[in-house]
Design a protein around this ligand. Structure first.
Ligand SMILES: [Zn+2]
Length: 193
């Protein structure tokens, strides 16, 4: 609703969806909308089953949907590489006026509903990157979504909010070394193919 309202007022919106589940509804709503760039990292395969790398947007918005399907066990470094290597240059060319974050925390390694291996420290680093995607301060808005281990949710939310406030501190170090090193390259290939 926030994205649609902004677009109705002539704004250009990036939605970064780091919830562990693919945002199939958000993708569907903005699939063919050239004013919205939708970016999702999510476990795959997992519910709801969508979000393959080759889902890149409709004919009116080709390349404005970026999906990064992560294998079970993927660590935070894979998401960071996706942002740095693929998302950042696309966002720069898109020139958004707002950045909205679907900030679910169910990719945390302690979450009982999914099998990714992120930590609070990963959310801190992702939040710092997301801030850099916005055109200026005050144009980044995070919306709380999933997160089903309450200790992990508390730590991850604190890490995200502190990073967004410019005073990053996380109670867990970031993670690296898991599977999925080819994910960013596969999405880049889908965009270029
Ligand atoms: Zn979720």
């Amino acid at each position: 609703m926030a994205a649609a309202t902004l677009v109705a007022h002539g704004e250009r919106v990036v939605i970064v969806d780091w919830d562990v589940h693919h945002g199939n509804g958000t993708q569907d709503i903005f699939w063919d909308d050239p004013a919205v760039l939708y970016v999702s990292t999510h476990q795959f395969p997992a519910y709801p089953g969508t979000g393959r790398a080759d889902e890149i947007g409709g004919p009116g918005a080709r390349g404005l949907t970026l999906n990064f399907p992560l294998p079970p066990g993927a660590t935070g470094d894979v998401a960071r590489a996706a942002i740095d290597d693929v998302v950042a240059p696309v966002v720069e060319a898109f020139a958004p006026t707002w950045v909205l974050v679907s900030a679910g925390f169910d990719a945390h390694r302690a979450d009982p509903l999914a099998d990714l291996a992120w930590s609070a420290g990963d959310y801190s680093l992702l939040a710092e990157r997301v801030l850099e995607l916005a055109p200026t301060t005050g144009r980044t808005v995070a919306f709380l979504e999933g997160g089903y281990d309450l200790d992990a949710l508390r730590a991850s939310t604190a890490a995200t909010v502190s990073a967004l406030a410019g005073v990053p501190r996380a109670s867990e170090p970031p993670t690296a070394g898991g599977p999925g090193r080819d994910v960013a390259a596969r999405t880049a290939g889908a965009l270029n193919g």
